[in-house]
Write a protein that binds this ligand. Structure first.
Ligand code: NAP
Length: 244
């Protein structure tokens, strides 16, 4: 029986690459999307071409009710969730002076509360099966901070605390909880940055290149495999050495 992996926000970018990489590794895939669009159909098709199942669930991770509904649907379809990847995330960057309360709340609600909402609904099944992997997508700015991202870096630092605490709570049930902290990765989230800003960022990366979604997906694959069975509560940076 194939392992079942659930990835949130997986219609494009890092989430999509994680879904495809785990599918190539033989997992059946459940992907969450918020907005119905062409990207969803393309991703589903690409996964099914790898001869595994792809089940899609609509929902906003910042809504607890949506998460309850999504997890129920996945359990009805597959009967289990072996691997959970909390990937859905947003930015609303601006200096604190200009940040509206709703911009702060929206980012915390999707990135941090969303991670809680999904995990809270998945964990009873993992506890019952005494097995599971949870991989949360944080960010290097959750460790270092970044001007213009008080909301985002607070949410990503929160995910680090969440990861370490949950790892301690569920280790005795053979559930491993880790986080990946990407640096600067080429996706829709970062394409809004101007070329000169990208060049400046590039100069701070010892490996002298911007990361790809595949760079992140490779580490998620490792953290969901038997090769990482003695690793929990860790935050693995995937940043080309940006934050050494
Ligand atoms: P992206 O291309 O913007 O993709 C984000 C995905 O999350 C989209 O599929 C989006 O779907 C989904 N999403 C957003 N809000 C959602 C919600 N409330 N409920 C369900 N899905 C939602 O971004 P990305 O670069 O791939 O980022 C993926 C993760 O990596 C995020 O957590 C991000 O913070 C983290 N990260 C990225 C970088 C980077 O440099 N790119 C660096 C560090 C960490 P909709 O369009 O339908 O909302």
């Amino acid at each position: 029986m194939n392992k079942v992996a659930f990835i949130t926000g997986a219609t494009r970018g890092i989430g999509k690459q994680i879904a495809i990489t785990l599918a190539k590794n033989g997992c059946d895939i459940a992907i969450n999307y918020r907005t119905q669009n062409e990207e969803l159909e393309t991703t589903k098709k690409e996964i099914e071409e790898l001869n595994v199942k792809c089940f899609t669930v609509q929902g906003d991770v910042s809504s607890f009710e949506d998460c309850e509904k999504m997890i129920k649907e996945i359990i009805e379809e597959f009967g289990k969730i072996d691997i959970l990847v909390n990937n859905a995330g947003i930015t609303k960057d601006t200096l604190l002076m200009r940040m509206k309360p709703e911009d702060f709340e929206a980012v915390i609600d999707v990135n941090l509360v969303g991670t809680f909402n999904v995990t809270k609904n998945v964990i009873p099944y993992m506890l019952k099966q005494k097995n599971g992997r949870i991989i949360n997508i944080s960010s290097v700015v959750g460790i270092s901070g970044n001007a213009g991202q008080t909301n985002y870096s607070a949410s990503k630092a929160g995910i680090i605390g969440f990861t370490k605490s949950l790892a301690k709570e569920v280790a005795s049930r053979n559930i491993l909880v880790n986080a990946v902290a990407p640096g600067f990765i080429e996706t829709k989230m970062t394409e809004i940055l101007k070329d000169d800003v990208k060049e400046e960022i590039n100069k701070t990366i010892p490996l002298k290149r911007i990361g790809t979604p595949q760079d992140v997906a490779n580490v998620v694959k490792f953290l969901s495999s038997e090769d990482s069975s003695y690793i929990t509560g860790q935050i693995i940076k995937v940043d080309g050495g940006m934050l050494i």
